[in-house]
Design a protein around this ligand. Structure first.
Ligand SMILES: C[S@@+](CC[C@H](N)C(=O)[O-])C[C@H]1O[C@@H](n2cnc3c(N)ncnc32)[C@H](O)[C@@H]1O
Length: 272
């Protein structure tokens, strides 16, 4: 058997080990939400004490329902724009390109910090139209190399909360100015979610800090000119969550009785 890869990450990059492990646990379960065999295979190839992620089989759907949700939205976009550019920002070791398997007319950019990008390159097989970009998403330089002639989908799953508000707004504005048209799809924590980040064991264990709290679409529409709201919802109201077994739905119902808990984590989708 080939030797396992060592990983030594801290802060925000470490949190992607938790989301990866959640997907691997899901793939092993009887009724997977996502069924991501890539995640399972990659976890088996990394030498890591996965218990450090604090992810358990019960907690895995908090990640996999989010990933399934962005797969759905991305598929919808690609069905209408088969010649799109996709900016998959803060991609971690997520296998979205391989799960969605878009046609050869799609140019896909997986962007994450250099340490994470290097791991991606080692762990995933190369694909002609899938480009790994080792950069901070806040660095304006990488976007200049992305073609600006086609509808563009930006996906930021589990990313925006790690940016400051100034960085996040500047990033969204840059994409809208760069591409002729497209969509911005991302999840966000509310300001309350940012204030209570000490309850998030994944973030705490990684030594990461969450910054940007977004309370609703108005925060984005006022900050980024040229956007039109397509969808906005609590994670508890998303189809991927509503399809979970009853203990999760009950938890979602209880959380949803309080507005601050209901909208603590949200999905945002805008057209430009
Ligand atoms: C919670 S993980 C999510 C990973 C992946 N999107 C998923 O859902 O499995 C957060 C990811 O965002 C990346 N990230 C955070 N801030 C970033 C930045 N400024 N530039 C690039 N990547 C960033 C981290 O390195 C990490 O891979």
């Amino acid at each position: 058997m080939s030797e396992k890869l060592n990983v030594d990450l801290s802060g925000a990059p470490q949190t992607m080990l938790a989301t990866l492990y959640a997907k691997a646990l899901d793939a092993e379960s009887d009724k997977p939400v996502l069924g991501d065999r890539w995640a399972k295979d990659i976890v088996d190839r990394i030498d890591y004490d996965w218990s450090q992620t604090t992810i358990t089989p019960f907690r895995a759907p908090s990640v996999t329902t989010r990933t399934a949700h962005f797969d759905l939205w991305a598929r919808q976009f690609l069905a209408v724009h088969p010649e799109a550019i996709v900016l998959h920002l803060g991609c971690g070791l997520d296998s979205r390109y391989y799960r969605l398997d878009p046609g050869p007319a799609v140019e896909w950019f997986d962007v994450d910090y250099p340490d994470v990008a290097a791991l991606r390159t080692q762990l995933f097989p190369p694909r002609e139209h899938c480009h790994v970009v080792p950069a901070s998403v806040t660095d304006p330089a990488w976007l200049a190399d992305v073609p600006a002639d086609r509808p563009t989908l930006m996906i930021g799953e589990g990313l925006m909360m790690y940016l400051t508000e100034d960085e996040g707004v500047a990033l969204l504005r840059r994409i809208v100015e760069h591409a002729p048209s497209g969509e911005l799809q991302f999840d966000a924590f509310s300001r309350f979610g940012i204030k209570t980040q000490w309850t998030n064991s994944v973030v705490r264990r990684a030594g990461a800090t969450l910054h940007w709290g977004i309370d609703g679409p108005d925060d984005i529409l006022e900050a980024v000119p040229g956007l039109r709201l397509l969808q906005w919802m609590s994670v508890f109201d998303a189809p991927s969550f509503v399809g979970l077994p009853w203990p999760y739905r009950l938890l979602g119902k209880v959380m949803s009785t309080t507005k601050s808990l209901h909208y603590m984590a949200q999905y945002h989708r805008y057209a430009f």
